[in-house]
Design a protein around this ligand. Structure first.
Ligand SMILES: Cc1cc2nc3c(=O)[nH]c(=O)nc-3n(C[C@H](O)[C@H](O)[C@H](O)COP(=O)(O)O)c2cc1C
Length: 199
């Protein structure tokens, strides 16, 4: 495939959701590049409304990840419909207690509550960032329903501490960290056929 020779295409094909991380923090220069990829993402109407809150405080990330886990459905997958065999998600594995999988960097992306394209704006920024991360050798995982991490008094206190505007909400989290040795690259599931309709 001619496109596969292109560096961007290679990165798109290589990126995977990573759920097992090394303790080692990512370098500041790499974090800055990943954030820049987010800042340069498209946004509806060119509003640039997404706020990126970067938390590298292990204790805070663990508490928020546990709150989120407590607010998640315990098991959505069946034996045949797992998320990942190699790196199970909380949807597969009831023994996981931290929805952030102990990632050393957790970025919560906030957007205005009353904005039609809040989720889309965060999602396109996240994809830019995940691709930038992969290109830098850093693993990432998109975590949906970001607001559930703040759904208790501790979470609310953290939002105040971070100074997040009350008319914004946490759309999602982006986990970043070095993939644990031996767990660098989970096998992608085969692509489902017949999803492209040429008319
Ligand atoms: C909208 C959205 C929400 C997601 N939420 C979670 C999540 O809460 N926890 C998690 O471990 N992975 C989450 N993921 C990651 C997916 O599980 C992952 O992308 C999928 O299993 C495919 O694997 P791949 O990214 O390696 O191709 C989410 C992905 C998307 C796009």
């Amino acid at each position: 495939m001619e496109n596969a020779q292109n560096e961007v295409m290679k990165t798109i094909l290589h990126r995977r959701a990573i759920r097992r991380f090394e303790e080692k923090q990512i370098e500041e220069a790499k974090l800055q590049q990943i954030l820049q990829a987010g800042l340069y993402a498209p946004s509806a109407g060119g509003r640039q409304g997404v706020l990126f809150v970067v938390c590298q405080d292990q204790e805070v990330n663990e508490r928020l990840g546990k709150i989120k886990r407590a607010n998640s459905k315990p098991k959505m997958a069946t034996a045949a419909s797992y998320v990942s065999k190699e790196q199970p998600s909380i949807a597969d594995d009831v023994t996981l207690t931290n929805a952030f999988y102990d990632a050393p960097t957790v970025i919560t992306m906030f957007a205005p509550k009353n904005f039609l394209f809040a989720v889309e704006d965060c999602a396109v920024a996240a994809e830019n960032m995940m691709l930038a991360a992969d290109a830098l050798g850093i693993g990432s995982c998109y975590i949906g329903a970001g607001w559930t991490a703040f759904a208790d008094p501790y979470g609310q206190e953290i939002l105040k501490k971070w100074g997040v505007r009350t008319d914004y909400y946490g759309v999602m989290q982006l986990l970043l960290g070095y993939p644990r040795k031996g767990d660098e690259h989970p096998t992608p599931k085969p692509r489902k056929e017949d999803r492209i309709i040429r008319v």
